[in-house]
Write a protein that binds this ligand. Structure first.
Ligand code: ANZ
Ligand code: ZN
Length: 881
């Protein structure tokens, strides 16, 4: 056996592949012939941010998508497997601020580095489809899409209280603020600021985005649940509370049965009545002003409120209801006003107690069984459903559910309310006061207000000279030459919008650009989009479950709606969903050592291994605590893909990634276990070397009649392997089981008595060919090398081979007809596996447990003996009565 020199094998094939590509993909030419009329298969891995460093997480995604792409091509699909760069965003701008390099140069260099790293893991991306979001040739179309959405009424500008990140000096979308009120990127506590901002009307699609989740049967349930929760649909009622003068206040409630328990109304500080009231009421003004100052301690702020001095009328009993202002009422949910029912709502209870709104909660619903729950503020609100008490007049005695209907019916009749549906989903705020993004292609004219940049003037390129300081809002506004322009409508002096778009806009449509990346007239050709979309499988991190995946769904639906493409050509019809299957890969965790005494994380060099392989701390001789955790600098548990590939080779690294855990689970990285994959590659390589010169490629299906018993066995084993590996790779992404199956096949081949008798056995050739072919998508360079050894030099690439087909005949076990007699009388004929011929007792047992046996040879009978005739083709059971 010769050890495989993986380094030179990798180098050799990387060179050959790129040479072949340069010559016009001659390497896989017969693949494209084969797929001319085939079904398309669009494999997409989430494009990376060009940070300059490929980490193990990247290696994992790209290994998965590359394996699937090679596999599907061999199956005969027209595969597209593109790659690009999510290249706008803050790190480039921060690098510019810190180190004075231009964001464009920084990004370009990082892309070059990462491209090399991607080549190191032998990925075969369609580089002719590459897109880079910071390239004017790309963001021209991002801007065009913005204008299209604007023209369709799906982009609009409004004054809004926005989330302001004081560290990154920019506005954040709601989705980018975590539940503690911190920025997803900088971690800073987010402040509130009032700014005029651009929004996409994602709320127009709230129902569709929610409904269509049901169609995504190949998405992880967890991701769909997170989206459902984010959109959060709520059924309830709206009630109108008239005022002595002016517009009435409308409230949204999920509990119309508590209408008689209303003791106050609370409106958000941004409600027009609050703003109006602040003009004449200094207390209200002071309260509202205090909100900006104390913006940081969310908690306390939301418990306080102020009485406006005004009253509304209860819609049914016309009693006076005091109107309060409090920031616990969210301005952009429901109607921005709530009917306060302290007796039955936790928050209203707490609010009343803290601000002394009323003396005593008014209970209107009691639990069905008991009288519990009524009392003073010393007790607790009763938030469950139940039965209405005498406080609800004509509804006294009804259950909550019945009362809700009766009460809303009455409200409808009296025109003071109705059923309604609300969503928690907010419109997508996309203005960013940063430099490194696509400029918003709008012009502000003192005469004409907002005017889109004419399409023929796109792209609005980023100015080269904007000062980057990270302080004080939009850098673009500092470049006066860039800002001042002419109004396209009236020709007067005007100014450009100085904000850039949220980078999530760039990434919400990149997979559409991939289908037609060089189009100079439109974002993409409608027919091409209809052909290639939706993406068949999308692979990426679960951290994008809401933001990116929801935005992408919204963009697909809105572009579909305005007619940029028609998905009716590609199944499933009328889908308007971007990604059919979603595979969320798990994280890669690194081996982490901790000192059990000091609890300090240990560097790998502080730990050594005993001869038996146990880790010990060099300094103390003690055993460290060992765990697997998310890789991080502070835990010294990072693994650099480059080092691993240099030590073990790209193929072994890929195999290890695929073998160690199912793709959606956490992968615990252990360098040691790569050795197993190297050994396997070595074995396959040596099998191929042994067959060099004598191997003849075989037809996919062989005649079993002439085979020896060993050949039949091998053929059967091979076909079972083909069947299961094909299923693993095409249906459940069980790469680990596929590899395990292929290792078993390798062992089976190696255990054959006559390893060398290859030339004479097409069955053996078939097995070897199948093994090497099925291994190739996962271990491409060793796959090629083996194939070249087998087929001699100058032949075509293994990736131009067709995937082995499964031969149903090959797994059929041979059978014979056994004639069964009882006391010499023929009773039944039983199909019996050939192995049981001449196997006295085993054969008898098999016949007894057959259907015929159950009838004629059942337990109660006393079988004395069995006589085997013709070596067992006839069996005569002698039974005593
Ligand atoms: C009266 C009431 C009585 C309520 C009761 C609840 C219990 P979901 O189900 O999440 O949609 N609410 C309405 N608009 C609000 C806003 N803008 N800011 C803060 N809270 C608001 O929640 C609906 C409930 O949340 C509504 O029903 C309202 O309080 C409150 F026993 O109205 B409820
Ligand atoms: Zn104008």
């Amino acid at each position: 056996n010769i050890p495989l020199d993986f380094k030179s094998v990798e180098e050799k094939w990387t060179k050959r592949w790129s040479a072949a590509k340069l010559k016009g993909a001659s390497l896989t030419s017969n693949v494209s012939d084969r797929s001319r009329n085939a079904n398309k298969y669009y494999i997409l891995s989430m494009f990376p941010y060009p940070s300059g460093m490929l980490h193990m997480g990247h290696v994992r995604v790209y290994t998965i998508s590359d394996t699937l792409a090679r596999f599907r091509r061999m199956l005969g699909y027209e595969v597209i497997h593109p790659m690009g760069w999510d290249a706008f965003g803050l790190p480039a701008e921060n690098a510019a601020i810190e180190r004075g390099v231009s964001p464009a140069d920084w990004t370009r260099n990082n892309i070059a580095t990462m491209k090399e790293q991607m080549a190191m893991i032998l990925t075969d991306f369609d580089w002719d489809r590459e897109v880079t979001t910071c390239d004017p040739a790309y963001y021209k179309w991002t801007q065009r899409i913005f204008i299209d959405l604007y023209n369709a009424g799906l982009a609009y500008r409004k004054n809004a209280t926005v989330n302001w990140d004081p560290v990154d000096q920019t506005v954040l979308a709601n989705e980018q603020v975590d539940h503690e009120g911190r920025s997803w990127r900088s971690g800073a506590v987010v402040e509130k600021k009032k700014l005029k901002q651009w929004f996409f009307k994602i709320t127009d699609f709230a129902e569709e985005l929610l409904e269509d989740l049901a169609k995504l049967d190949r998405w992880p349930e967890r991701v769909k649940q997170m989206q459902r929760h984010w959109i959060s649909k709520s059924r309830g009622a709206e009630f109108i509370f008239p005022l002595a003068q002016g517009q009435p206040i409308s409230v949204f409630t999920s509990r119309p049965d508590t209408i008689y328990g209303v003791q106050y109304i609370a409106i958000s500080p941004e409600h027009h009545i609050a703003i109006e009231s602040a003009k004449s009421n200094p207390d209200v003004a002071a309260y509202i002003n205090s909100l900006d100052v104390t913006a940081k301690d969310h908690e306390d702020r939301d418990k306080l409120g102020v009485f406006t001095g005004a009253y509304a009328k209860h819609p049914f009993n016309h009693s006076d209801i005091p109107i309060w202002v409090s920031s616990y009422v969210v301005s952009d949910y429901g109607t921005g006003a709530v009917m306060g029912v302290p007796a039955h709502d936790e928050r209203d209870w707490a609010f009343c107690q803290r601000n002394h709104v009323v003396d005593k909660p008014k209970f209107v619903v009691r639990p069905m069984q008991t009288n519990d729950g009524e009392g003073t503020f010393e007790n607790a609100p009763y938030t469950g459903l139940g039965q209405l008490n005498e406080a609800s007049g004509e509804f006294h005695g009804m259950t909550s559910n019945d009362a809700m209907h009766a009460i809303v019916n009455k409200a409808v009749k009296e025109s003071v309310g109705n059923w309604t549906t609300k969503y928690r989903l907010r419109d997508w705020l996309l203005s960013r006061q940063r430099y490194w993004g696509a400029p918003i292609p709008m012009i502000h004219c003192p005469e004409c207000d907002v005017v889109p940049v004419p399409v023929q003037d796109l792209p609005v390129k980023l100015p080269k000279n904007a000062p980057l300081t990270g302080k004080g809002g939009s850098p673009l506004s500092q470049d006066q030459e860039w800002v001042n322009c002419t109004c396209p409508k009236c020709g007067g002096p005007a100014k450009r919008d100085t904000d850039t778009m949220d980078t999530f806009v760039d990434s919400s449509w990149y997979y559409m650009r991939y289908v037609d990346p060089h189009n100079r007239n439109e974002p993409f050709d409608a027919d091409k989009a209809s052909h290639y979309l939706p993406v068949d499988i999308y692979i990426g991190g679960v951290e994008h479950a809401i933001l990116h995946l929801l935005y992408a769904r919204f963009l697909t639906k809105s572009l579909h709606k305005i007619g940029l493409f028609d998905d009716s050509l590609s199944p499933p019809k009328g889908h308007a969903e971007p990604f059919t299957t979603l595979l969320t890969q798990g994280m890669v965790h690194g081996m982490t050592f901790k000192d059990p005494v000091t609890q300090r994380f240990l560097k790998p060099e502080e730990v050594e291994k005993t001869p038996s392989g146990e880790p010990i701390i060099k300094a103390t001789g003690e055993s460290p605590l060992v765990s697997f955790e998310k890789m991080s600098k502070s835990k010294y548990n990072g693994v650099d893909p480059k080092t691993t590939i240099r030590t073990h080779g790209a193929d072994a690294t890929r195999l290890h990634i695929l073998y160690k855990a199912p793709p959606s689970e956490v992968l615990e990285w252990e360098d040691d276990s790569i050795i197993g994959m190297r050994r396997w590659l070595n074995r396959v390589y040596n099998l191929a070397r042994h067959a060099e010169g004598t191997f003849n490629p075989t037809s996919p299906k062989l005649e079993t009649a002439q085979m020896t018993k060993e050949e039949k066995d091998l053929y059967r084993f091979t076909n079972l392997t083909i069947q299961s590996v094909t299923k693993s790779l095409s249906q459940d992404f069980g790469f680990n089981t596929a590899i395990a199956d292929l290792i078993k096949l390798t062992n089976h081949i190696m255990a054959l008595p006559e390893l060398l008798n290859i030339a004479s056995s097409p069955v053996y050739a078939h097995s070897l060919q199948s093994l090497v072919t099925m291994m190739a998508p996962m271990a491409p360079s060793v796959g090629e090398e083996c194939w070249e050894l087998l087929t001699k030099h100058g032949s075509t690439s293994i990736f131009a081979q067709t995937w082995p087909t499964f031969d149903e005949n090959g797994i059929r076990v041979d059978e014979f007809n056994c004639t069964v007699q009882v006391n010499g009388k023929m009773r039944f004929i039983q199909q019996t596996p050939i192995e049981l011929l001449e196997k006295g007792q085993e054969l008898e047992q098999y016949l007894k447990s057959s259907a015929g046996g159950a009838k004629w040879l059942h337990d109660g009978q006393n079988i004395v003996k069995a006589i085997h005739v013709q070596g067992g083709k006839v069996v005569n059971f002698i039974v005593k009565p």
